[in-house]
Design a binder for this molecule. Structure first.
Ligand code: HEM
Length: 417
């Protein structure tokens, strides 16, 4: 007989989740000694779960759907309304194919080249300054690179502001009212700009190359033969480059890891056995970025002794799954070499979602993220010298997204020529 699924204390834990952030699910799993527990979130009964098996279940399209799962504030800021994140079945598949058609090897190389170019340009500016906040700079670099890669007609006079809108959208989740408001306004302004661009592409006034996200989204046809409605097209075009800004957080955590584990610097420089790949994977596993994903039960069914009811909310602990002791030895330690002999399970390592990129909701930008991370870590160890002054580098696990408190200040930056 299966033990009943434990229940977390509290009438509704939405505010507790916002307060505890990345620790909310892991600490209750610990306390209740169960990878699955029941609670109430957003006024409804919800199941929180973690681990490889739970992830495999969560990403099984037979049992779970996304319709109605993401909270409205998240759609108003980070994700956009009516886009791929909330779609199911054939409707999802055909949009996913659109996204993945942007990610050809050639286009991934383009992104790497563009991102490194933007990085290199910034470094020239940094050399003239005493110090810079790496996170802020990386956000702008990624924003500029993403917009260029997507084929958007960005004027230099507006590039910084448009990049800042992207950063605000990315920094908007996690429950802070002011960040929510900033993210919502940023999204409204950015979507309006994109709608105008899409109109211009459709009317032939603006002609980006046919392999760019701008062209692909503007001309994408749904199975009924119609173009995407203007607003959805803007949301999806944004979905094709905005998330690159999230990579800025991973780059900064990479800089933190290099600082706290100085032996990694030489290894990155040497890059034997693709060390920069192992290092990037470990950054994505160890450091917190996406805390969890939500779905809803597609039907009534029983799993692991628990009766799921149709439309019930289910939350998968992504961060906790990446540190699950069943899959990771010394899970709370930073050890890039663990990836040398890693089995490659699609469900035990889920920083950008799990399962299959084509059939499920796993992140369309995962390959791009890792490529850009590797290229930047190589650049930082080969082409850059900098000093890390005294500062507060602690990151607050209650804040989502989180980052070193100081944003990671570097000084005396020099390009090694
Ligand atoms: C989906 C994380 C970078 C495009 C997702 C999901 C997560 C995620 C957690 C949701 C998985 C799910 O629904 O179960 C991240 C992180 C990134 C990143 C942490 C970098 C730090 C990117 C990049 C792009 C991208 C660079 C594109 C340029 C997408 C798209 C989806 C998605 C289009 C929706 C996929 C779908 O619903 O089928 N990402 N992502 N992401 N991501 Fe990313």
């Amino acid at each position: 007989v299966k033990t009943p699924i434990p229940q977390a204390k509290g009438i509704d834990n939405t505010l507790t989740l916002i307060k505890e952030g990345f620790h909310f699910i892991p600490s209750r799993r610990n306390e209740l000694e169960s990878d699955m527990f029941e609670t109430r979130l957003l006024g409804q009964k919800a199941i929180c779960m973690a681990g490889e098996e739970a992830a495999a279940m969560f990403y099984d399209n037979e049992y779970f759907k996304r319709e109605g799962a993401a909270p409205k504030p998240l759609k108003q800021t980070l994700l956009g309304e009516g886009g791929i994140h909330g779609r199911d079945g054939e409707d999802h598949h055909q949009l996913k194919r659109m996204f993945l058609s942007m990610m050809t090897p050639e286009r991934l190389e383009d992104m790497k080249r563009i991102a490194v170019e933007e990085f290199d340009k910034k470094v020239t500016e940094w050399e003239r300054k005493d110090a810079v906040i790496l996170l802020r700079e990386m956000e702008e670099i990624m924003g500029r690179a993403g917009m260029r890669w997507a084929g958007l007609p960005v004027k230099e006079s507006e590039a910084k502001e448009r990049a800042a809108e992207l950063s605000q959208m990315v920094d908007s989740f996690g429950g802070s009212l002011s960040r929510y408001q900033d993210g919502k306004h940023a999204r409204q302004s950015h979507e309006k700009w994109l709608e105008k661009i899409i109109k211009d592409i459709r009317s032939g006034k603006y002609n980006p190359p046919a392999n760019t996200a701008a062209y692909i989204v503007a001309n994408h046809r749904e199975p009924n033969g119609k173009l995407l409605d203007l607003h959805t097209a803007a949301v999806e075009l944004n979905n094709s480059y905005r998330p690159l800004v999230a990579t800025a957080y991973f780059i900064v955590f990479g800089a933190l890891a290099m600082y706290e584990h100085p032996e990694t610097v030489g290894k990155l420089r040497e890059d034997k056995d693709d060390y920069s790949h192992m290092f990037s994977q470990e950054i994505r596993r160890y450091y917190p970025f996406a805390p969890a994903m939500a779905a809803k039960a597609k039907k009534n069914f029983t799993w692991n002794g628990y009766k799921f009811k149709k439309d019930q909310l289910v939350v998968l602990d992504l961060f906790g799954t990446n540190r699950h002791p069943d899959n990771w030895i010394d899970a709370d330690q930073f050890i890039p070499e663990r990836f040398a002999n890693w089995s490659g399970s699609p469900f035990a390592f889920v920083p950008q979602g799990g399962g299959d990129h084509y059939m499920g909701h796993r992140c369309a930008g995962e390959w791009m993220t890792v490529m850009v991370m590797q290229a930047f870590f190589r650049y930082m160890t080969h082409n850059l010298s900098y000093h890390v002054p005294e500062q507060n580098l602690a990151y607050d696990m209650r804040r989502m997204p989180t980052m070193p408190q100081s944003g990671f200040v570097i000084s005396d930056v020099r390009k090694l020529r």
